[in-house]
Each structure stands twice: as C-alpha cells, then as structure tokens.
Design a protein around this ligand. Structure first.
Ligand code: NAP
Length: 299
C-alpha cells in the first residue's frame, strides 16, 4: 500500500520508513523541511507543515494509509507555558487536518500517534486499552489528541497508538538514561518503584506495520512491551548490560529541581500491558527488558 507518513524525520519515523519499504509498501513522507542528511531515504518527501492546511493534504488524499507521528518533542526541555502550548497545539492542529482529509475519503486506515501519558500516574494499577485516562497535562493532551483523530473513523479504520518509552540506540530516552551509568553514577530515581512502559524501537515499528496490515485492529493500541519494568529494575538492567554499578539513587527532588513540571511525566508510574496486540497475535521481538537492552547496547 502507499503510506503517507508525518513525523518521518523523527526517531520512530526514521526507522519506520525502511521497515515499510522492506514490507513492500510505498512511502510518502511529510516534513516541514527535512534537513540535508535527515531526509528519510526510500521515501518521496513532501514539504509542508502538518499544523497548517496545504498542498500536502492532496498528497495524503491520494494514499491508501496514513501514519501520523508529527508533534513538538515532549521531553526536550522544561515545560514553559509556550512549550506546553506547542506540545498540545502541534498535535491537535495536525491531527484535525489529517482526520479531515481521511474523513473525506482518502486513506482507508489511519494510525495516529498517542502516548502512555494518556493514563497519567497510576501506581501499581494494571493499565490497558480499556483503562480510563488520567488528569494531568499529558493525559489531557492525549485525550484531546485521540479525540482529534476520531472524525476519520467515519470513513477509515483508526488506530490510536499509545506509545511507551521507545528504547533506541540513537535518540529518545535511552541515551539520556545511560549517561550517569557511563560515569559510574547510575541508579534509580527516588524509591525506584514507579513502572516504566518501555518498548524496543523494532517493536514500535513492528506494531505500526502490523496495525496497518491487520484489518481487524482498531481503536486504542498500547505500544509497550508485555513486561513493563519498575524504574529500579530498569536501572539495574542497564547497569548489568553496561557492567556498571547501579547503586546511586537520584533523589526525586533533584529531578523536580532540574526538570520542573516535566519531572512528573518522567517519574509517572504506568504499568501498561499490550493486551490488544497480544490478543491479536502480534509477536514481540523483544518482550523482555534484558535482551532488548543487550541488543541496543551491544558494541
Ligand atoms: N519516542 C518516544 O519514546 C515516544 C513515546 C511516546 C509517544 N511518542 C510519540 O510518537 C510520535 C513520534 O515520536 P518520535 O520520538 O519519533 O518524535 P520526534 O523524534 O520528536 O519527531 C517528531 C517529528 O514531528 C515533527 N515535528 C516536531 N515538532 C513539530 C511541530 N511543532 N509541528 C509539527 N511537526 C513537528 C518533526 O518533523 P519535521 O521537522 O520533519 O517536520 C519530527 O520529525 C510523537 O508524537 C511522540 O509524542 C514517542
């Protein structure tokens, strides 16, 4: 099929383009201005801003499917009011415009981004696609983001991809998590009891491709490995794979001092289980944390 991809220059998009090409799909990638060297190879690039109406919508209308991943990075720095507005508006405006085209009869399937932030912070509660949302800033953004995609469902199959912490070699959260370990100063945050719903980049890409190709998948889809880890287990696993100690806990107050309100998102407890993917027969390449980290951190 011919897939229209927004956010193609991002962490997930850059890995998704070659995976879709390898699966025999054609890809048209939207970018506000892919910098030289960051153009997703293997995709036809359309320049345009997904938050504003434009000619890109005609290209979208000609495709069979859409994967919509564009949005202002969430964890790139402290949340000023301006950054919060950009995080929210980039997702809502772009998703409304994508859904508008799809609802008029473009692609037959829309896989639209969302995040485990939907759930807020929920302690030890097991969470899945049927769990109600939280109430903090990210939860409210995710609820509105998913609602913006909903109008597309009049004409298309809509999948709402609630992505966890994507673990990848080059980019995303993992390189930041590793830094203190490299200096023999790694450890968990606070008491380390909060749950972190991680997913290996290969499975994030695998799930998106699976959702595109499986006509029975619709609605929210948790994109997280079947074995979420507590923060202290993640710290321990990183230490084990890097052969570094993981015994220096970071006080939660220090994270709050450095990150401000973003600290709440970084330390949110989300024990998310990918029930729909497992019930639908998706087979995770990296269901367990240690093999996932070994794969990503192998020299
Ligand atoms: N990575 C994770 O761990 C994770 C976890 C949960 C959810 N997600 C969600 O999954 C989606 C993709 O994640 P990612 O990590 O691949 O994202 P990313 O690396 O931050 O890339 C996002 C893409 O969105 C576009 N973009 C950035 N700011 C924008 C803005 N203000 N307006 C319009 N477009 C903008 C950029 O494309 P151009 O500059 O080429 O236009 C960029 O390539 C995001 O919506 C993210 O929230 C990711």
């Amino acid at each position: 099929m011919h897939v229209f991809l927004t956010g193609a220059t991002g962490l997930i998009g850059r890995a998704l383009v070659p995976a879709l090409r390898a699966a025999g799909h054609e890809v048209t990638a939207l970018s506000r201005g892919a910098a030289p060297g960051r153009s997703p190879s293997g995709a036809a690039v359309v320049q345009g801003d997904p938050t504003r109406p434009g000619a890109w919508q005609d290209a979208l209308a000609r495709c069979d499917a859409c994967v919509h991943l564009a949005g202002e990075p969430v964890a790139a720095g402290r949340w000023t009011e301006e950054r919060k507005r950009a995080i929210r508006e980039s997702r809502l405006a772009s998703t409304r415009l994508v859904a508008e085209v799809v609802a008029r009869g473009g692609p037959a399937v829309l896989v639209s981004g969302s995040a485990v932030g939907y759930y807020g912070s929920r302690g030890d509660e097991e969470l899945d696609e049927g769990s109600p949302p939280g109430r903090d800033f990210l939860a409210e953004v995710c609820v509105a983001w998913e609602a913006a995609a909903a109008p597309a469902a009049v004409r298309a199959r809509v999948v709402l991809l609630r992505t966890g912490i994507v673990l990848a070699r080059d980019g995303g959260a993992l390189p930041q998590l590793l830094r203190p370990f490299r200096y023999f100063a790694g450890g968990h945050i606070g008491d380390g009891a909060f749950w972190q719903p991680w997913i290996h980049l290969a499975d994030e890409v695998g799930l998106i491709t699976w959702a595109l190709e499986h006509g029975t998948v619709a609605g929210p889809l948790a994109a997280a490995a079947p074995a979420p880890a507590r923060n202290r287990d993640l710290a321990h696993a990183i230490g084990e794979v890097l052969h570094r100690p993981s015994v220096l806990p970071v006080p939660r107050s220090m994270i709050e001092l450095v990150l401000g309100e973003l600290a709440g998102a970084v330390t949110a407890s989300q024990r998310v289980l990918p029930r729909k993917a497992l019930a639908g027969g998706y087979r995770f390449r990296y269901p367990e944390l240690l093999p996932a980290l070994r794969d990503l951190l192998a020299r």
